[in-house]
Ligand binder design. Structure first.
Ligand SMILES: *[C@@H]1O[C@H](CO)[C@@H](O)[C@H](O)[C@H]1NC(C)=O
Length: 307
C-alpha cells in the first residue's frame, strides 16, 4: 500500500554545504559576516527612512519595505544554515519545513512584486513629474505595498500547497541549505510532472510579469530621458541601469531555479543559485537602491552628525 499520510516522513535532513567537510568553519565565518552585514545595512536603511522626515516619500517607503523583506527572508534561512554548519544535527521537522518554504516563498514573491511597484514609481516620477504626488498619493502607495504583501502570501500558499500535496515516504535528505520547492520536489515519491508544470506556469506569471512590467517602465524612462535636458540624464540613467541589474540578478536567478524541469535539477549547482538570490541580493540591495541615493546619504550624514 502506498502511504498517503502527509506525515509519513516525520522530518527532513538539510545537507546544506556538508559536502565540503573541511570547509565548515570557513563557510561559517564567511556566511556569518555576510549575514551581519545584511542585518546592519538593511536595519540602517529602515531606521533612517523611519526617522528622517525628508525621506517620507513613496520611493523611500518602498525601500523601507524592501529592507524589511531582505532582513526577513535571510533570517528565515541563514541562521539555520549557520547552525547546521556547526552541528551534526541537520534535521528539520516536516512542519518546520513547510513553514520555512511558505514564508520564504511569500517574501520572495512579495519582493518581486515590490520591484515592479518601485519601477512604476520611478516611471511616474520621471515621465509624469507634475502629476507625481497626485498619482502616487499616500493611499495609492499603501494599497500598492499592501497588494505586494497580500499577493506574495497568497501565491506562496498555492505554491506550497501543491508541493506538499505530494506524498513524501522515502528519502528525506535535502541536498540544499533550506526547504525550497525544487529541492523538496526531488524527494516526492510520486509522479511530479503535473506539479512541475504548475510550478512552471506560476513561475511564468509571478516572475515574468514583474520582469516585463519593470522592463516596460524602464523603456519609457529611457525614452523620456532621451528627450529631456542633458544634465541629470546621466545620473538618472545610471540609477536605472543599477536597478535593472539588480532585478535581473534577483529574478534571473529565481527564474533559473524555479523554471527548469526537475529532471535537470542539480542540487550541487542550484544551491549556489539559491544562495545568490537569497543572500547576495539582500547584501547588494541597500547599496544599489538606497546608499547611492543622495537623500539617503544626506540623512545618514545628519544622523552621524547628531551623535
Ligand atoms: C511599506 O510601504 C507602505 C506604503 O508606502 C508603508 O505605509 C509601510 O509603512 C511600509 N512598511 C514597512 C515595513 O516599511
Amino acid at each position: 500500500m502506498e502511504p498517503m499520510n502527509l506525515f509519513s516522513v516525520p522530518e527532513f535532513i538539510l545537507l546544506g554545504f556538508s559536502s565540503q567537510p573541511g570547509m565548515q568553519l570557513l563557510l561559517f565565518a564567511v556566511f556569518l559576516a555576510i549575514y551581519l552585514a545584511i542585518l546592519f545595512e538593511n536595519s540602517l536603511i529602515f531606521v533612517l527612512i523611519r526617522i528622517d522626515s525628508h525621506l517620507h516619500m513613496p520611493m523611500y517607503f518602498f525601500l523601507a519595505n524592501l529592507s524589511f523583506l531582505d532582513i526577513s527572508y535571510t533570517t528565515i534561512t541563514v541562521p539555520q544554515m549557520l547552525l547546521h554548519l556547526l552541528s551534526k544535527e541537520k534535521n528539520i521537522s516536516y512542519i518546520g519545513c513547510i513553514i520555512q518554504m511558505y514564508i520564504f516563498l511569500s517574501l520572495g514573491i512579495t519582493e518581486c512584486i515590490l520591484y515592479a511597484v518601485m519601477a512604476y514609481d520611478r516611471y511616474v516620477a520621471i515621465c509624469h513629474p507634475l502629476h507625481y504626488t497626485l498619482i502616487m498619493s499616500r493611499s495609492v502607495c499603501v494599497k500598492m505595498a499592501a497588494s505586494s504583501w497580500v499577493g506574495g502570501f497568497f501565491f506562496a500558499m498555492v505554491h506550497t500547497g501543491i508541493t506538499m500535496r505530494l506524498p513524501y515516504c522515502g528519502p528525506n535528505e535535502i541536498k540544499h541549505f533550506f526547504c525550497e520547492v525544487p529541492a523538496i520536489l526531488k524527494l516526492a515519491c510520486a509522479d511530479t510532472r503535473v506539479t512541475e508544470v504548475v510550478v512552471f506556469v506560476m513561475g511564468v506569471i509571478l516572475l515574468m510579469t514583474p520582469v516585463f512590467l519593470i522592463l516596460v517602465s524602464y523603456v519609457f524612462i529611457l525614452v523620456a530621458l532621451r528627450i529631456s535636458a542633458a544634465e541629470g540624464r546621466l545620473k538618472a540613467f545610471s540609477t536605472c541601469t543599477a536597478h535593472i541589474t539588480m532585478v535581473t540578478l534577483f529574478c534571473g536567478a529565481a527564474v533559473f531555479m524555479y523554471m527548469h524541469p526537475a529532471s535537470s535539477y542539480s542540487p550541487e549547482r542550484d544551491k549556489y543559485f539559491s544562495f545568490f538570490y537569497n543572500v547576495v541580493c539582500a547584501l547588494l540591495n541597500p547599496l544599489i537602491y538606497s546608499l547611492r541615493n543622495k537623500d539617503v546619504k544626506g540623512a545618514l550624514v545628519k544622523l552621524m552628525g547628531k551623535k
